[in-house]
Design a protein around this ligand. Sequence first.
Ligand code: ATP
Ligand code: MG
Length: 424
Amino acid sequence: MSKKINALRGMHDVLPSEIGYWQMIEGHLRSLFQEYGYTEIRTPMMEETRLFTRSIGEVTDIVEKEMYTFPDQNDNLSLTLRPEMTASIVRAGVQHGLFYNQTQKLWQIGPAFRYERPQKGRYRQFHQADIEIFGIETPDADAEMLAMLARFWKRLGIENEVKLEINSMGTAECRKVYREKLIAYFEGFKDQLDEDSTRRLYTNPLRILDSKNPDLNEMITNAPKLLDHLDDESKAHFDTLCAQLDILGIKYVINPRIVRGMDYYTRTVFEWTTTKLGSQGTVCGGGRYDKMVEELGGRETPAIGFGMGMERLILLCQACEVSANESSPLLTTVFLGEKASLQGLGLIEEIRDEMPHILISANLGGGSMKSQMKKADRSGAKYALIMGDDELDKDIVILKDLRTDGEQTAVSRDELSKFLQNNL
Ligand code: ATP
Ligand code: MG
């Protein structure tokens, strides 16, 4: 035997035993997105590297160390597997003129790639559900997006397991002033900063606020807050959002340490976190990025969006014992003898014609009565449709109840659909 080849580290197969959760969650998301007027967009998984460096920012974890980047085969191009979806969606919108004088509400679900140390809730290929609204500057867009998420948690029955934290990143101008204050503050603790934070001090000091190092906790908690340095318009925007959330009855905590991992955010930023997943507790993160469309060559277009980690959401649902989609067959088959097996094949297709959308898991591969009955028991079907030459001659089938008492009912071919319909 040759040596077997396994999947790459941090990249997972979704097996049939797990797919029910994915389908359940994707089903909820698809209908929710539609109910709120979003349409689907599908962008390529690979883009030019400079799309991400320009939008996410050079001095961020993602661009510095997490991107899968490699040269293209022919041209002098550097390619990157998307580490997130927002940049690609903006690129697509600018390229195809989707933002001219119109609002766009878009969604996408698919894989993203980051070179990180794999652990529970952190993978190298993971999946995001992503939402973006383009063309609305006012905070009602932010509020509606958060209301949709609140509704989503409720539908899953996990509304008590997630917490909303919000902050405002203001504008580039007010951040410039704040940045200097922050540098001056952290310079006072230079000997206490860890390696990452020391490196970030002059390149991207706001990132230090995001540090998960407990040793820096107190210093960060006492640092000057961007919320105290907002320009009047950003302050009003944030206050209005808070008032709207209050009206909607959506609970939130204002957390000045939420700065998010990308440079493109302006004003509102938010995270939904849970305590059920250890340090990978952020299930969903997003915010406003009113300048990105312009930076990527489009007309100035305000925008807001979020990315939700599908794997983390599934782990959370499992931890909360949310039930997954399960579909078990209504029918399986036991055909005995050559003639019945041949005719049975046609019979099943006729039933499918008469009753579309029912699940029939017909026995394939034949076998003895005993082995077919064993397979039928294992199939999870409600009924075994049994037919031998004798039944064939009489134009009947036997329906054996596999779930309850094993009762067998002889049903004529003409009455079969009616019987099944009544016993769905
Ligand atoms: P974290 O702080 O956990 O690294 P992040 O801030 O890098 O998260 P975002 O870039 O905001 O994450 O991505 C949005 C969501 O995608 C996250 O909230 C998380 O649920 C999910 N996510 C991000 N990176 C990974 C990963 N490597 N594996 C699984 N899910 C991830
Ligand atoms: Mg990260």
